[in-house]
Design a binder for this molecule. Structure first.
Ligand code: SAH
Length: 194
């Protein structure tokens, strides 16, 4: 494993995520939204997350900026990063397949919205957010730069903690007891932990 290959692995993670998401995003666009909590706050959270998980690391791969925060490359760390990136992509695939037309980039409910509680959604309530946390960890491991590594964790962390309680409130208002029962038997992102 070399520094260049580790950077290539990060780019492949971004490309892989996009390839997985694209058909679902297209399908979602064709399914009308019946309830939306998207507003300036949600848009700001999405932009922060996009910067931390995408713009900052891709700028680093393209230009080496910010150079002052670099630390020595360690192949073992990068191999671990590859494994975490693969786990993230597997999670993205499973969660998109399970959510199907119910997926939205923001807090939205779509026509014929169904509460998904089976498969990967039987273990945790927010497995797609688990996949984004794994992305942030992979970014940290693959790119040997303190600023760029932490940008993903901080950027996605702000989206996650700024959104998850509101998302659960929206689901509770829409699905009532069914979602309450689902909450009582599942964790948020890590089985048996949180
Ligand atoms: N928080 C989930 C989904 C992220 S996509 C996860 O991390 O896996 C965000 C949209 O998914 C929300 O707008 C909501 O409408 C929808 N959603 C969230 N949980 C859902 C569930 N269990 N079943 C169906 N739709 C869900």
């Amino acid at each position: 494993m070399t520094f260049t290959l580790a950077q290539a692995a990060f780019v492949l993670l971004v490309v892989g995520w996009y390839v997985i998401r694209f058909p679902y995003a297209r399908r979602a666009r064709r399914t009308p939204v019946v309830r939306s909590a998207r507003g300036p706050r949600e848009i700001a959270l999405l932009l922060v997350s996009l910067s931390g998980l995408g713009l900052v690391p891709l700028l680093y791969v393209a230009t080496g900026f910010p150079q002052f925060a670099e630390y020595p490359f360690r192949p073992v760390q990068a191999w671990l990063g590859v494994l975490v990136a693969l786990a993230s992509l597997v999670m993205f695939h499973l969660t998109h397949r399970a959510l199907s037309h119910n997926w939205s980039i923001s807090l939205e409910l779509r026509e014929r919205h169904m509460l998904v509680t089976e498969g990967i959604y039987g273990r945790v309530r927010h497995p797609m957010y688990t996949a984004f946390w794994l992305w942030a960890v992979a970014q940290e491991l693959l790119l040997p730069n303190w600023v760029v590594g932490f940008a993903g964790l901080v950027g996605f962390g702000i989206l996650f903690f700024g959104r998850v309680a509101r998302e659960e409130r929206m689901m509770l208002e829409s699905f009532g007891g069914e979602y309450r029962a689902y909450m009582s038997r599942t964790y948020r992102i890590i089985p048996l932990v949180y």
